[in-house]
Design a protein around this ligand. Sequence first.
Ligand SMILES: C[S@@+](CC[C@H](N)C(=O)[O-])C[C@H]1O[C@@H](n2cnc3c(N)ncnc32)[C@H](O)[C@@H]1O
Length: 275
Amino acid sequence: MLKKALENALTSEESNELISAFDQIGDIIIVRIPDSLLSKKKIIGETLLNEVKVARSVFYQASDVEGDFRTRNLEILAGEENTETEYKEFGCKFVVDVENAFFSPRLSTERERIANLIQEGEEITNMFAGVGMFSIMAAKKKKCIVYSIDINPVASKLCKKNIELNKLVGNVISINGDASEIIKEQLVNKSDRTLMLLPERSDEFLESAINTTKNGGIIHYYSHIHADKKSEAGKLSEEHYLQVTPVQSKILGSKIVRAVGPRYYQTVVDVKISK
Ligand SMILES: C[S@@+](CC[C@H](N)C(=O)[O-])C[C@H]1O[C@@H](n2cnc3c(N)ncnc32)[C@H](O)[C@@H]1O
């Protein structure tokens, strides 16, 4: 669709160089542009703004997702320079800020999977909750209490706003701070289920995840794993988890969440712990 919209602005050769994947989040479009086409970024932005009817702003993604807050730098190409927008997923409404707090529309299948696993009455610790996507979808689907922690103040503030928007005050609790500190101070042995969606640093935070999880509770352990064969990625992450965990654990399952590079995958291992 991106290439089609740009037919008049780029030669077919240039069009082929464009990375066809781009994200549309509410009325914002975020596009990645290869170095060879950077001189044409303005015309790319303006064409997209004209061609995609719902678009209000087109941004160029000028950096990878990086730093503690897992955010990215965006540069306005066309339209309004406002990085906040409203996004809808499975009947929930979210205000997101695509530059100042982590957000990815590409995790929606995983969010639905987790929401379906939750049992009525569960307490859940979401250690790296961002603007509350997983927490709110879970609490909208099942009656449960979710402690929704994030270290980024912008993410925690938006999470609070999203809790109100979805009428989940009291069911989802937004807490700003470092997950290990918050757990130590307020959430030891509190959760039936713990989410660890910071795959780059799961091993570092595993002890805190175990701390907040009750005996017999479940941890969703996300990580990044190299695998020559895609079919082996899940098994390899299970083996990795079993090597690093200090507690007795029963593996309930594992899967690839998404590819993050060549032969490199984000995976999740679901485990039931005994302590
Ligand atoms: C990959 S994002 C996941 C966000 C969210 N679960 C989602 O799917 O939209 C990781 C989040 O962890 C937060 N984070 C990083 N270090 C943290 C820490 N020590 N304690 C709590 N949150 C942290 C970042 O601010 C970021 O929002």
